[in-house]
Design a binder for this molecule. Structure first.
Ligand SMILES: Cc1cc2nc3c(=O)[nH]c(=O)nc-3n(C[C@H](O)[C@H](O)[C@H](O)COP(=O)(O)OP(=O)(O)OC[C@H]3O[C@@H](n4cnc5c(N)ncnc54)[C@H](O)[C@@H]3O)c2cc1C
Length: 353
């Protein structure tokens, strides 16, 4: 089976790998060069079905829990196929707030209880917090712990997928922008029609014909040798909510702003100051951290912030992953493959005509 995947970002790469494993002949086409730092590489790459669901539709949690069970198996398989280790940290998420922000904290906890039920997380007092996350207990006297959440290293993931494609001689056409992926499988410049074309262009699919929009996000990556936080941390704050996503070797991704904008111009002073001052309030060890990079990405989102699959003849579209690309991608890739094979979908509500 010949398959063209337009957009070699997070979804396109994962889909290409899964289909290649099933014996499909894959051609990846991307508007950017292969080493471009696109949205999926900028992301914090948290897989947070509970903490994200607190402020989202119930579907977010259901899709996320499904992906959460898939990621460890996929990363093991990809690691075995390529010999590359992919950092996957499933220590869970600690949600904290400063004493003066008790109101924000109470609101988050009320929503968490109403949306998820009390079994989804644990209340930790200072003693329990000190036992589980000693460095956090220096600044906070309580936390809500969501154990079933994870974070991965997207740089490792992208490198392993690139190596897999090289090992399997997958065609990867760089700097090739396709403005209207075809429904009939016929792509300009190719002698033979493709059996299937997947449109995984993310923000590149925005057009007057759809309601896709971009939501700008800024993140800062730091190296902080004095900080030994192993959990993902979410700081509830009235103005600058913040998360810290750990990476190996004392590196952390700090994020993220959320701005209704399609501009991927560099990080602003205001955003940098907000993120860094909230960071410093969380752990004094961040004062001496070295800033490795300040990055911007635009999240592709529909008006309801939920993802969509579309199918038109030989064309399947996957888009609208918004701030949940890593949370949703494995599930949506499996759903797209079910759609392609004429099998029953587990989440038919993501299918839009
Ligand atoms: C700051 C930030 C933090 C984030 N943190 C998280 C997180 O912690 N957890 C989480 O789950 N999600 C997170 N996300 C969201 C996640 O990164 C996105 O949901 C995800 O990258 C979307 O995947 P995608 O494959 O649809 O799009 P992309 O990853 O953007 O890939 C689209 C690809 O299509 C290509 N393309 C575009 N137009 C064309 C064209 N015309 N022709 C050919 N190719 C084209 C692009 O070059 C790109 O390679 C974050 C995002 C941002 C910006």
């Amino acid at each position: 089976m010949r398959v063209a995947i337009v957009g070699a970002g997070l979804v396109g790469r994962l889909l290409g790998w899964r289909l290649c494993e099933q014996g499909a002949d894959i051609t990846l086409l991307d508007a950017q060069a292969r080493d471009h730092k696109g949205t999926g590489l900028v992301a914090a790459a948290m897989i947070a079905p509970g903490t994200e669901a607190v402020s989202s539709e119930p579907l977010v949690e259901r899709l996320g829990r499904c992906s959460m069970s898939v990621w460890p198996l996929w990363l093991e398989q990809l690691g075995e196929a390529t010999g590359q280790g992919i950092y996957f940290n499933n220590s869970g998420t600690m949600v904290v707030a400063h004493a003066q922000d008790e109101g924000v904290w109470q609101r988050f906890m009320q929503h968490a209880e109403a949306k998820l039920g009390e079994d989804a997380y644990q209340h930790l007092d200072r003693v329990e917090l000190e036992a589980q996350a000693p460095e956090l207990s220096r600044s906070f006297d309580k936390a809500a712990y969501f154990p079933d959440e994870a974070v991965l290293d997207n740089e490792h993931l992208y490198a392993a997928l690139a190596q897999y494609f090289d090992q399997n001689a997958v065609a990867w056409l760089e700097n090739m922008a396709i403005e209207s992926p075809p429904e009939d499988g016929v792509l300009n410049g190719f002698d033979q029609a493709f059996d299937w074309v997947f449109d995984c262009r993310g923000n590149g699919a925005r057009s007057p014909q759809n309601t896709l929009r971009s939501v700008r996000g800024e993140v800062i990556r730091v190296y902080a040798p004095e900080v030994n936080i192993k959990h993902v941390v979410r700081l509830m704050h009235p103005r600058y909510p913040l998360y810290i996503a750990p990476r190996p070797d004392h590196q952390f991704v700090i994020g993220a702003t959320q701005i209704e904008s399609e501009h991927d111009t560099p990080v602003t002073v205001r955003s940098g100051l907000e993120l860094l001052s909230a960071l410093y309030s969380l752990h004094k060890g961040f004062a001496e951290a070295q800033i490795i990079s300040l990055d911007v990405g635009c999240r592709p989102a529909y008006d309801d912030n939920l993802p969509r699959l579309g199918k038109h003849n030989r064309l399947i579209q996957i888009n609208g992953l918004y701030r949940h690309g890593f949370l949703f991608a494995p599930t949506l890739v499996e759903e797209a493959m079910a759609l392609m094979g004429g099998q029953t979908m587990q989440f038919p509500e993501v299918l839009h005509s």
